[in-house]
Design a protein around this ligand. Structure first.
Ligand code: FAD
Length: 396
């Protein structure tokens, strides 16, 4: 992979020692940072950009060796643009979010398509007319599919869990073929133990639309996410310090207000116990073929230990004589990726949220800091709203 250090912005603070040695430390102490931002992912970078544009001096600290958080992309050894933390597809219905990000990147239109490997066939996912016809050897029309779903759906009095959502919509057989195994692998929990919101994210269609997302805006940053983040962080008012846990510098470098985008439970030393997160292990492979998969992602709900395989060239549009894919193996331990949506976890989060709200010197933003199963666009929207609140507080 390319050297992650090359993604340091030109303003980067290269090491902690620079700030603690006599000369630079003196200069820093003379003019404290207005904001210390923990995390250079979407939440941290959007806020850094907005604050810097309004004249604030910002220090962004990330413990990883690169900017971009989980959306970071880079070229692998073969020269294929990959997403080390799994495939990231940008999609949103928000014109505000899309317009905001468009200041930092051009776009390549891209509609993600997914197939699921079920009963030895690769069929469209989300379930649509072709999925049902191919799977059961039928020739239904859209109208007939509505009747089909109605005949197999199992009425549920109150839809509470992820199982309820699917079974009440498409019945038990499709639930078992497409959702039960996948969810168990992904979350280590049965769908009956997870909030309805998890499977409610995946629609069911009676037409032949085989796009994974139906949002108004669906596109990939033309030159990749990392380039977009570099542009966002390019203001002279922003310094970026990588390979640094904020705890290493929090007492060394003067700042007025902190924006924290890491895991909220870690910030409070897990005082109420750890919030459950789901992790992933990624297996990246490069093959000497033009393409391996028919579409961007193939899901394996019922076979293998991995949940899905994704092929980056479909997603990025890159032309290359080789191709790189990533397999995702869900794990209980490891880097926190997904907050686990369950009522008891929401309760535990509320206790941390109360602590967070009491901290007037720190603002908590982003997927891990607010324990929300947010997509990139939702994190951008949350960060833009947070910026507005910070501005109105400072003016009020
Ligand atoms: C496998 C996977 C696939 C996804 N696919 C999509 C997709 O297709 N489309 C979509 O819209 N969304 C997708 N997402 C969600 C997307 O990744 C998130 O919404 C988004 O990246 C969250 O941004 P963030 O800034 O809140 O958090 P992050 O990107 O996690 O950034 C937080 C940063 O804080 C840093 N940090 C944490 N603690 C500390 C500390 N103590 N000191 C210093 N730094 C610290 C971390 O190193 C990290 O870089 C996916 C997520 C995963 C895991």
């Amino acid at each position: 992979m390319t050297d992650p250090q090359e993604h340091l912005t030109q303003n980067s603070t290269q090491s902690t020692s620079q700030n603690t040695s006599q000369g630079p430390a003196h200069a820093v102490q003379a003019q404290p940072f207005d904001y210390l931002i923990v995390g250079a992912g979407f939440a941290g970078s959007v806020l850094a950009e907005r604050l810097a544009a309004s004249g604030q001096r910002v220090l962004v600290v990330d413990r990883r060796p690169h900017i971009g958080g989980n959306a970071y992309d880079c070229y692998d050894d073969a020269g294929v643009l990959i997403h080390p933390y799994g495939p990231h597809i940008f999609h949103t219905n928000s014109a505000d979010v899309f317009d905001y990000l468009s200041q930092f990147t051009e776009w390549r239109p891209y509609q993600h398509r997914v197939k699921a490997s079920v009963d030895g066939q690769l069929v469209p996912m989300p379930i649509n007319l072709d999925t049902v016809n191919e799977l059961y050897g039928l020739n239904l029309t859209s109208f007939e599919l509505e009747d089909f779903f109605a005949s197999v759906a199992e009425p549920v009095e109150q839809v509470r869990t992820s199982e309820d959502v699917v079974v009440s919509r498409v019945g038990r057989d499709l639930y078992q073929k497409f959702f039960r195994g996948y969810t168990r692998k992904q979350w280590g929990l049965d769908p009956s133990e997870l909030d309805a919101s998890v499977t409610a994210r995946v629609p069911t269609r009676t037409n032949r639309d085989d796009r994974y997302f139906a949002d108004v805006y669906q596109a990939m940053p033309l030159h990749g996410y990392t380039r977009m983040f570099q542009n966002m962080l390019s203001s002279p008012n922003i310094k970026v310090m990588l390979n640094t846990d904020y705890r290493e510098v929090v007492d060394l470098i003067p700042w007025r207000h902190m924006i924290y985008t890491g895991p909220v439970d870690a910030f409070f030393d897990h005082c109420y116990g750890p919030l459950p997160y789901r992790s992933l292990e990624f297996r990246h492979e490069t093959h000497g073929a033009d393409f391996l998969l028919p579409v961007g992602t193939v899901n394996y709900p019922n076979d293998y230990a991995y949940t899905r395989v994704s092929e980056f060239k479909h997603i990025t549009g890159q032309r290359h004589h080789q191709t790189s894919v990533v397999y995702e193996f869900p794990r209980a331990e490891g880097d926190p990726y997904y907050p686990v949506p369950r009522p008891e976890n929401a309760e535990l989060y509320k206790r941390y949220e109360a602590l967070a709200q009491a901290r007037t010197d720190v603002t908590f933003v982003g997927r891990l800091a607010t324990y929300r199963y947010y997509n990139m666009d939702q994190v951008v929207a949350q960060a833009l709203n947070t910026f507005k609140k910070l501005m109105s507080q400072s003016q009020g």
